[in-house]
Design a protein around this ligand. Structure first.
Ligand SMILES: [Zn+2]
Ligand SMILES: [Zn+2]
Length: 443
């Protein structure tokens, strides 16, 4: 054996030891009952059951705040499992409870809504509702949370607290999370976990990061008004098309000239409606777009500058402008910010469920996720669950009409949900002895 091989051997030994330490859960009391969760989730009575539920929901997609049949299906499965729940919470939402019914309370969340788009995947369980499709995998999210519920219910006696199942409406722009929070049903929850399936992450892996993860997102719309007239006599008109064009160019200078290049932000104008004839200057033009940032401060700065620039630049061209941020129809989504303490906890638990080499870091993502509303008031953690099996097929991105779910991912999601909730309750139970009467045990 040469010296390099020798030192490699010790290096490998060290790595094995480090891996062992890294995967060792940070909670001390034995939580061995959760170590079987992935095997349990892969058993046909859980895995096939989740697949059936997911396909049923997939065939009957419902939009935000219209998830009536999805909600009924969830409630009927919870009843069959003997799990108590509150309904309706936030129109169609269902909140289930497993455990003692007393603190500590730890929540796991799934979204239920579909998208307004036509499915183009031809398969046995294709959407039966024309123009509506589960193209973001929320059907799978519901199935995984029910899978976790089934596993946790079977271990209810081992849980010294309460797992709160959150089936929320309207993630796709409707801020269903905010609606759930506004009811107060999660007021005593100590932590909340959520996931999203990801087409570009291998099956059996997860990815996440500490701190800002998904961007905060808002929308704007502006009407820029001038004075219409004959295109050949521009001196008698005030041209809103030229004004809107200048507005759009100026809006692009916010991110390029005013923002910190190390603080990622986006301003995109995605809508420009004005005029209808070749030889007419129209009265007005409507533009609209979205803006994104990873901190509330940057987000509010963008909002303020978008309004100032639209009004100011329109005035340069003698036009009037009104700006709306559509807060009623399309509420702002805050940035999705993962709690730093929960990051270490997540890595430890996910590492013990999947193997530490399957727990990956992630870049920040410019998409947004209404899980952020929970994180504003409850320590929360969101992660991506891989479902790609490159040897079988490449999966399309969410919101594609060709989006498909690799149903082999369902047991991983169920086991992670169940393990994250149960172990966190054990951890809290050990850290904070519950003093009778000192805490509000009611949820
Ligand atoms: Zn989506
Ligand atoms: Zn989604």
């Amino acid at each position: 054996m040469n010296p390099i091989m020798g030192s490699l051997k010790y290096f490998n030994l060290l790595m094995v030891l480090l891996n062992f330490l890294a995967t060792k859960p940070i909670f001390t009391k034995s939580s061995s009952f959760t170590s079987k969760f992935l095997d349990l989730a892969k058993e046909p009575n859980v895995a096939d059951w989740m697949v059936d539920i997911r396909r049923k929901i997939h065939e009957n997609p419902e939009l935000g705040y219209e998830e009536f049949e999805t909600s009924e299906l969830i409630r009927s499965e919870l009843r069959k499992l003997g799990i108590s729940y509150k309904h309706p919470v936030g129109v169609t939402g269902v909140i289930g409870f497993i455990g003692t019914g007393t603190s500590p309370f730890v929540a796991i969340r799934a979204d239920m809504d579909a998208l307004l788009m036509q499915e183009l995947v031809e398969w046995e369980h294709k959407s039966k509702v024309p123009g509506k499709m589960h193209a973001c995998g929320h059907d799978a999210h519901v199935a995984m949370l029910l899978g976790a519920a089934k596993i946790l219910k079977a271990h209810e006696k081992d849980i010294p607290g309460t797992v709160v199942l959150v089936f929320q409406p309207a993630e796709e722009g409707g801020a269903g999370a905010k609606k759930i929070l506004d009811t107060g049903v999660l007021d005593n929850v100590s932590a909340i976990f959520g996931l999203h399936i990801a087409n570009k992450i291998p099956l059996g892996e997860v990815a996440s990061r500490s701190g800002p993860f998904f961007a905060g997102s808002g929308f704007f719309e502006a009407i820029i008004s001038g004075k219409g007239g004959h295109a050949a006599i521009p001196q008698h008109s005030i041209d809103p098309i030229l004004a809107a064009s200048n507005v759009i160019v100026s809006l692009q200078h916010i991110v390029s000239r005013e923002s910190d290049p190390l603080d990622s932000q986006v301003v995109t104008v995605g809508k420009f409606h004005g005029g209808g004839a070749f030889n007419v200057i129209p009265d007005s033009v409507t533009i609209g777009g979205t803006f994104r940032a990873f901190s509330k401060e940057s987000f509010m700065q963008l909002r303020q500058r978008i309004e100032q620039i639209i009004i100011g630049q329109a005035a340069v061209q003698r036009c009037n402008a009104t700006v709306s941020f559509l807060e009623e129809e399309k509420p702002f989504f805050p940035p999705t910010v993962n709690n730093g303490d929960l990051h270490g906890y997540f890595q430890s638990v996910a590492g013990s469920v999947l193997g530490i080499n399957k727990v990956k870091g992630s870049q920040q993502l410019m998409g947004s996720e209404d899980f952020a509303f929970y994180q504003e008031v409850i320590p929360g953690y969101f992660f991506l669950l891989g479902m790609e099996n490159a040897s079988v097929e490449r999966l399309e991105s969410p919101h594609s009409p060709y989006f498909k779910v690799n149903e082999d991912a369902l047991p991983y999601g169920a086991a992670l949900h169940a393990s994250l909730a149960a172990n966190y309750i054990l951890k809290l139970h050990q850290e904070v002895p519950v003093v009778e009467g000192k805490y509000n045990d009611e949820l």
